[in-house]
Design a protein around this ligand. Structure first.
Ligand code: AMP
Ligand code: ZN
Length: 465
């Protein structure tokens, strides 16, 4: 039974999809105005683990992750460079997806862009205007929070008085509103040079929150199963999404809301505005592997804060190496005899693994089950050969773990350290014998398996890509 913490009820609930066997899920995606930092990627790796575990449980999944390609920052940056917003966001979208893929995340089924869904946003805003949930002021359109008595049901914030300044992203709109809590659905652009779209209520551009309501309902329907995102999105973003969507349809929006905790650094939340961040590229440029970064990000359960340290990242790198070496040792083993001891270990490990993941996606306990299996099988292998049935059981378990965690990486990249050293030595001999064809061949073979060589004055050094 898969259970997780539903922010809406503040309780651990059993997951029961609206439709048998099918899950519809929306996870807020990035704003493509800069390189994403590894704090952002903690949230996206969490989303990937949730995605993979739903599939592990046998559900068919439609997972939507939007790309926010219009907001004030994007407009300002594009204007200061004198380029269109499309020209500005294109490379950042590409970099984001490159990093997202390199971190071993599976691509969601649907990745809509905000700017391609303006008609859907206009439609919701029109409905909100018709039903009195929205009003016009100075040409812009605002959501009338007093019209939605359930406002606050997600974040449990009590909204007496003025809450301006309660969040980084609240109340930065410099427009006139009936109530300080009201938020912009559509910002008037008029005839100015700013990017804008024509709408029955005037040329303008959407507010941030309406984007997600429109894209979620476009692809998943008015009511769907899971909506997730980082902790900071709970309020005001997700609270406003609920108000807009339920205000427009009169139906519940998402059944389950899941929020993942922050990545911190020196106990301060990693963020662009504080400047205390590392991008994925900063870390890989220092030689840290994408798998190590992924391992670190998922090693702490999603509802606990994670403090980033380089020691932690190095430790994650060593752990991933050990796991990969273990996997290749088992793959290369030749089954002998008919012992079954490790088959028992595998069954226990698989049960512990799925119990841990069923329990609010407890990745730390799931990893402990993986490591315990590795330890037990290593002990067996130090004493005798695995039998074929044991070997197959272990390989099958590793494949199952990998389908959820994605921490072992591609199998064809694996070479044991000894094998790498032996190939390097052979290459040195080929070079000494001026057999450059062979030495190049070895370099290429290693490169194809993710090992890069560096010729230094002290000899050849190597590292995993
Ligand atoms: P943004 O591109 O700013 O819209 O953020 C993308 C995602 O990253 C959102 O789900 C945020 O909640 C999340 N996020 C931002 N900072 C952090 C952090 N330090 N740790 C974890 N998630 C974060
Ligand atoms: Zn969103």
């Amino acid at each position: 039974m898969f259970r997780f913490f539903n922010t809406l009820s503040r309780q651990i609930e059993e997951f029961v999809p609206l439709e048998d066997g099918r899950v519809k899920m929306y996870i807020c995606g990035p704003t493509v105005w800069n390189f994403a930092h590894i704090g952002n990627f903690r949230t996206f790796v969490f989303g990937d683990i949730l995605r993979r575990y739903l599939r592990f449980k046998g559900y068919e999944l439609t997972h939507v992750m939007n790309l926010t390609d219009i907001d004030d920052r994007i407009i300002n940056e594009a204007a200061s460079r004198n380029i269109s917003i499309d020209e500005f966001t294109e490379p950042y979208t590409r970099y984001f997806l490159e990093d997202f893929d390199a971190l071993g995340n599976e691509r969601p089924e649907i990745m809509p862009r905000a700017t391609h869904h303006i008609p859907e946003m206009i439609d919701i805003i029109s409905r909100l205007l018709d039903s009195g949930h929205a009003y016009e002021s100075d040409g812009s359109i605002y959501y009338r929070i007093t019209s939605f008595p359930d406002y606050g049901k997600l974040s449990k914030i009590r909204f007496e008085g003025n809450i301006a300044g309660g969040s980084d992203r609240i109340d930065t709109d410099k427009y006139d509103k009936e109530d300080a809590r009201d938020f912009a659905l559509w910002k008037l652009v008029g005839e100015s040079e700013e990017p804008g779209w024509d709408a029955p209520f005037g040329r303008g551009r959407p507010g941030w929150h309406i984007e997600c309501s429109a894209m979620a309902m476009r692809y998943l329907g008015e009511t769907f199963d899971i909506h997730a995102g980082g902790q900071d999105l709970q309020f005001p973003h997700h609270e406003n999404e609920i108000a807009q969507s339920e205000g427009a349809t009169g139906r519940p929006f998402a059944k389950y809301w899941i929020h993942s905790e922050f990545l911190k650094i020196d106990d301060v939340t990693m963020s662009k505005s504080k400047g205390n961040f590392f991008t994925f590229r900063d870390l890989t440029a220092q030689g840290h592997s994408p798998l190590a970064i992924r391992y670190l990000l998922l090693s702490v359960p999603y509802r606990k804060q994670l403090n980033f340290t380089f020691e932690g990242l190095q430790g994650a790198g060593a752990t991933v190496e050990r796991l990969r070496n273990f996997r290749s040792l088992v793959h290369e083993a030749v089954g002998v005899g008919d012992e079954r001891e490790s088959v028992e270990s595998v069954m226990t490990a698989l049960r512990r693994f799925s119990d841990a993941m069923d329990d609010d996606l407890n990745t730390a306990a799931a990893l402990a089950a993986v490591h315990d299996l590795v330890r037990e099988v290593n002990i067996v292998m130090s004493q005798r050969s695995l039998s074929e049935v044991e070997r197959e059981a272990v390989i099958d378990a590793l494949d199952k773990f990998e389908s959820v965690l994605g921490i072992f990486g591609r199998a064809d990249k694996i070479l044991l350290d000894d094998e790498i050293e032996a190939l390097i030595e052979e290459r040195q001999k080929a070079r000494a014998a001026r057999d450059f064809a062979r030495s190049d061949e070895i370099r290429d073979e290693l490169a194809a398996k993710g090992v890069v060589l560096e010729d230094t004055k002290d000899g050849v050094r190597w590292k995993h890509k």
